[in-house]
Design a protein. Structure first.
Lengths: 226, 262
């Protein structure tokens, strides 16, 4: 049974100040099964990130359906109530954004622990796992207790990935996760994706460097400019 | 948008058809609102849009012209809370609703000690033992990261950030089901803002409190709120997930508001 069935999915932005509408993507259709990695391809500005954001509901889809088989039943992500989306984000659907949103006074370790604590994991276990993930992505132990607000873009992105991928999820959206990473972290990301796939986690990804996931892609959708 | 299907717990707070006028001015004009347990709702909008009026109504500080208000709390769940008598109102507020005002003078007695301000809430709830009062007040102040060597200082001698922490300690002393925050970080410097936000996030992880926060600081809203209501002239012009409201606002007014941010 597919985890996600997307039909006639489309998005148009209405910009009131300019009194115009800007089309992003139209008529997207695909199905995704557990453990599959779907790659979204296409030139800049074609709506790849927009597609991911519409599935995560950071953007409001303009039309179509995205039937998601949650642990608690089938739900259309395009039309689901906001509180249901909040619940899915807490427990089932993960999102790796292009940038970390660090908070003042919150250390790298605490940021990575947070999704586990929210899932009810003990703080001892959460701490252990957070350090393991930070280490795997090559964040030096010396800065685990430091505040990522002061980190470089690359280091922030490693924290971002660890935070986004550490929590148990059934569907993960990855928006150019490797764009600002060094070779070591890119290899670590590849390892993690292999592990997640093996656990049955489905992923939808936009990758700037397609070679990072060479051999792992099960399906591709190609977005084209109108 | 569909009705919730995965979220099977009922809302903690349900308010329907809130109306409030002040003379010729319609401050709140037909607002509906639900808050689920563990959820934080942000209310944004320009000054005079009715945001703070909603909090005053929900805190039962003044009666609405019309509306229904229910909290899913044992013994109160079947009541329209706007119809409570004075005594019931007081009991409900003491035990189940905490509030932090932008202006600490509204929430604190400035000449009583900080510990005393928090203990007052416990006394109103019937606690009489001095030892228990002192211990509970200190515990609550510790949760809001108030330095315990200053428990006997009066709020008048504390900084704005410290005063907000005393307000927060008082608000959460009895583990309320509902926490109302009216511009809790406005006027504080950025590092104190971060501290207050951090405290709120930690608190929320420890207990599934339902929170409503009014703020014109969209950064604060982004950090704290799960969902947002955008208000203008007493009505909700848009509601949605916080990131959706901030990144893909639909209503012309919300687009203006979000893009006015530096």
């Amino acid at each position: 049974m597919p985890l996600l069935t997307v039909q006639n999915f489309n998005k148009t932005f209405a910009i009131h100040a300019l009194e115009r509408e800007v089309g992003a993507f139209a008529d997207v259709n695909f199905t995704l099964h557990p453990g599959e990695l779907l790659l979204v391809r296409g030139p800049n500005g074609v709506g790849k990130s927009t597609l991911l954001r519409c599935l995560y509901r950071t953007y409001l889809p303009s039309g179509g359906q995205a039937y998601y088989q949650s642990a608690a039943g089938m739900i259309d992500l395009a039309n689901a109530a906001d509180v249901d989306i909040t619940q899915l984000r807490r427990s089932e659907i993960g999102n790796v954004s292009q940038f970390l949103r660090p908070r003042p006074r919150v250390s790298a370790r605490e940021l990575v622990m947070e999704p586990l604590l929210q899932a009810g994991v003990s703080s001892e276990t959460a701490c252990e796992q957070a350090e393991e993930w930070l280490g795997a992505f090559g964040v030096k132990a010396a800065i685990w207790s430091a505040y990522p607000t002061t980190f470089s873009g690359g280091e922030q992105q490693k924290v971002n990935l660890a935070r986004a991928l550490i929590a148990p999820r059934r569907l993960v959206l990855l928006d150019e996760p490797s764009a600002s990473l060094d070779a070591g972290a890119r290899a670590a990301l590849r390892d993690r994706i292999i592990t997640l796939k093996a656990r049955g986690v489905a992923m939808i990804a936009v990758f700037h460097h397609a070679e990072d996931i060479a051999g792992l892609v099960d399906n591709v959708i190609e977005l084209a400019l109108p | 948008m569909d009705q919730p299907i995965l979220t099977t717990t009922p809302p903690l707070l349900t308010a329907r058809g809130l109306h409030k006028t002040y003379g010729p001015i319609s401050a709140v004009n037909g607002v509906d609102l639900e808050v689920y347990p563990g959820e934080t709702i942000g209310i944004v909008g320009e000054s005079g849009s009715g945001k703070s009026t909603i909090l005053r109504l929900l805190n039962l500080e003044e009666p609405p012209d019309a509306g229904d208000y229910a909290l899913a709390i044992p013994a109160w769940a079947e009541r329209n809370l706007f119809e409570l008598n004075r005594y019931e109102r007081r009991m409900l507020r003491v035990h189940h609703i905490g509030i932090v005002y932008q202006n600490p003078h509204m929430g604190l007695r400035m000449r009583a000690t900080s510990g005393g301000n928090v203990a007052e809430r416990l006394i109103m709830a019937g606690e009489r033992s001095y030892a228990t009062l002192r211990a509970s007040a200190r515990a609550s102040l510790a949760v809001s990261e108030f330095p315990l060597d200053r428990v006997d200082d009066i709020p008048a001698r504390l900084s704005g950030g410290m005063q907000q922490r005393v307000q927060l300690a008082k608000a959460i002393a009895l583990r309320p089901a509902l926490l109302l925050l009216d511009e809790p970080t406005t006027g504080l410097d950025v590092s104190v803002q971060a501290l207050v936000i951090d405290t709120l996030l930690r608190l929320r992880r420890e207990q599934p409190i339902a929170t409503i926060i009014v703020s014109h600081d969209l950064g604060v809203i982004r950090t704290l709120a799960d969902r947002v209501l955008v208000m203008r002239h007493g009505v909700v012009v848009e509601r949605g997930l916080t990131d959706q409201i901030l990144e893909d606002p639909q209503h012309p007014y919300t687009q203006q508001l979000v893009h006015a941010k530096l």
